[in-house]
Design a protein around this ligand. Sequence first.
Ligand code: PGA
Length: 262
Amino acid sequence: MESSKSLNECKCRLAMGRKFVVGGNWKMNGTKQQINEILSFLKAGPLNPDTEVIVGVPAVYLDYVKTNSPANVEVAAQNCYKADKGAFTGELSPIMLKDIGVNWVILGHSERRQIFGESDELIAEKVAFALSNGLKVIACIGETLQEREAGKTEEVVFRQTQAIANKVKDWSNVVIAYEPVWAIGTGKTATPQQAQEVHKALREWIGKNISQDVANSIRIQYGGSVTGTNCKELGSQADIDGFLVGGASLKPEFVTIVNARQ
Ligand code: PGA
């Protein structure tokens, strides 16, 4: 019963054309030696060909990973600025990423928001600029524990998405990552029901406030303590179209997560 329900949900998503998409966010981790180990398990896979796989790599290793990763794994930067060049010490531009063949960028991660003080407005500008330069974007949103406990989860994720919607008209190259901040790196995963509830509410909000076409087609990843053990049940929820994975993306277990829908 359960499995035929999830089979029907999968069929429904396929009908909507939403390809499952799993990102690995390495954050500020990895040396060349560790990266070679990660590349080995990615090459060995096997990775489900029906899943799009992207790894978010520290800037200094982007070129190396781009050159050495298997063809079925895309490479993403973890941040980039909203200008093509200039006096912005320490920043990266979308032009530079495209120049070395990187097609993806993760923007608005909660660590960028919380540790580096990035505002909704700045993130929205970065998303718009990256898209206009031909990058695909994983745009992260999510509430803190305090916000969840105050009953503000939807208000926060809608506000964060609205900020992007104010600047972005074409959503075809955007993946949204819903990552409750309290679940990131804490081992405290949202239950499949908690995650599905937010994903569904967000998709409905997008249908009303952006367009029904975008709501049907946009992929919404879940992120926050995804593991090889919890990925199958999370991945079978109707509105969860993939994952953004931190800690577990550094381990061979990432292959299991990529294959969650198999
Ligand atoms: P985590 O991180 O999987 O280690 O919780 C997720 C993320 O920050 O993208």
